[in-house]
Ligand binder design. Structure first.
Ligand code: PCA
Length: 168
């Protein structure tokens, strides 16, 4: 018990220490079909940090019978992709790994991002235009034909592509 008390003091003094940054570009974004997960406290904590886009271009494609968005781990092709950065706790990170079927379907990698907005001001909240690193769910385990698919710079399940995400 004594040890726990000390741990909670440390965590409250250094709240950032147990948090990780995750860049979401698909169904987890605001207004998209799986965003409810980010708000479900039973799955952990997720706090919006900023909008951002990838520094390198990547192919963001929609694939499978469920119209799932995937960022193929092929930097240098495709487009600079827009998304949202969240600060998440360990519990949420573990949930997202499971939900993303990591490492089978997606792999959690680090990516360099350019901030588009964000709170700014404080020393823990960098300003727009600055670059930071965050985790992202990309995939290396994609089917080769997916490389021929249309790429998007910003995912929207209900976009003109006519490939709405299918909950499964
Ligand atoms: N959800 C994750 C990866 C793709 C998806 O559907 C995300 O929004 O980043």
């Amino acid at each position: 018990m004594k040890g726990f008390g000390l741990l909670s003091i440390i965590v409250s003094v250094f709240p950032a220490a147990h948090m990780a940054k995750v860049f979401v570009y698909g169904t987890l974004k605001k207004g998209q079909p799986n965003h409810f997960i980010m708000k479900d406290h039973a799955k952990g904590q997720a706090e919006f940090v900023a909008h951002a886009r990838t520094v390198d271009p990547y192919p963001l494609v929609i694939a499978t019978e469920y119209n799932i968005p995937f960022l193929l781990n092929v930097p240098g092709t495709g487009q600079r992709v827009h998304g949202e950065i969240y600060s998440v706790d360990q519990k949420m990170l573990e949930f997202l790994d499971e939900f993303k079927e990591c490492p089978k379907l997606y792999q959690r990698t680090l990516i360099r991002l350019e901030l588009e907005d964000g709170p700014g001001g404080g020393k823990h909240t960098p300003d727009a235009g600055s670059s930071i690193e965050a985790y992202v769910y990309t995939t290396d385990t994609y089917e080769r034909e997916w490389l021929e698919k249309t790429t998007y710079e910003s995912y929207n399940s209900n976009g003109d592509h006519g490939l709405p995400y299918v909950q499964h």
